[in-house]
Design a protein. Structure first.
Length: 259
């Protein structure tokens, strides 16, 4: 039986949901949250009616909830939404509503939101162009669109998507900054600001978060170690820090205005 991409997403993120609330392995999702909130700062308004697309456990929604009127956190995976709702309740956050839905087919009328955000989703979804079109469609004219994602740096050697899929079969494709900006422009929004930075991450926490099967995890360790020893480039840019295997992700933030 063929498993669709969205079925893979729900299967993988149902396994990962609890880990998103576990400080032992979720650092990649919390460490640069402040930087994203600072990037969003000029766009935040207490009157904002906000949508977070592919929100997962709504870490971003919860980080901005007190700065806006309301946030709808939409995701495909019920277990991620349920974990996020428990976390929001525990934090006393009352203006985030959790909704199951498809980012590529948003269940909202045109021009419904004044701020639309998504993080770590375009590399995950089957059709990133459709997601960006939908985010733009549901934004009011003048609404801010915020996209934060992992990107493939220009000139990178190797095939990082292959390693990412070994770790998590629901991984889609890393895009370049230019490709993401192109999707935004094609959807009719105007890019205003961007930010980019590298994040060196411990390999073991990354594998633990996804509960990568032992065999695949061993293969990833082997390929990254071989690259450090002068072998072929994996595209993961491995480094040793304090004797521990790490790798490098490039984060990209983009702010645009819906036309
Ligand atoms: C890497 S997680 C990121 C979660 C959250 N955005 C964050 O940054 O903490 C990717 C999320 O995208 C969701 N997702 C993937 N495809 C989706 C789709 N077509 N519609 C809605 N959510 C989707 C998954 O269920 C998962 O929660």
């Amino acid at each position: 039986m063929t498993v669709t991409h969205d079925e893979k997403v729900v299967r993988e993120f149902s396994k990962q949901a609890a880990a998103f609330a576990d400080p032992g392995v979720n650092a990649a999702f919390t460490r640069h949250l402040d930087r994203l909130v600072r990037f969003m700062e000029p766009e935040l308004d207490l009157e904002d009616v906000t949508l977070e697309v592919a929100a997962g456990t709504a870490l971003v929604s919860r980080a901005v909830a007190r700065r806006v009127r309301h946030v709808t956190a939409l995701d495909l995976t019920p277990a991620m939404l349920a974990q996020g709702k428990r976390d929001a309740d525990a934090e006393g956050v009352t203006n985030v509503t959790f909704t199951r839905g498809d980012a590529a087919d948003l269940p909202y009328l045109d021009r419904s939101f004044t701020l639309v955000v998504t993080r770590f989703s375009l590399h995950q979804v089957a059709d990133p162009a459709a997601v960006v079109r939908e985010m733009t469609r549901v934004g009011r004219p003048g609404a801010a669109l915020i996209i934060a994602d992992l990107v493939r740096p220009a000139g990178l050697d190797g095939d990082p998507d292959r390693i990412e899929r070994l770790r998590d079969p629901s991984h889609g494709t890393l895009r370049t900054e230019e490709e993401i900006a192109g999707l935004v422009a094609a959807a009719g929004a105007e890019v205003k600001r961007t930010d980019r930075f590298d994040h060196v991450r411990p390999l073991e926490a990354w594998l633990a978060l996804a509960q990568t099967p032992d065999e695949a995890a061993a293969q990833i360790r082997k390929e990254l170690t071989a690259e450090l020893d002068g072998g072929p480039a994996t595209g993961m840019r491995p480094v040793l820090q304090d004797g521990e295997l790490h790798f490098t992700h490039t984060n990209f933030f983009l702010q645009a205005i819906v036309g």
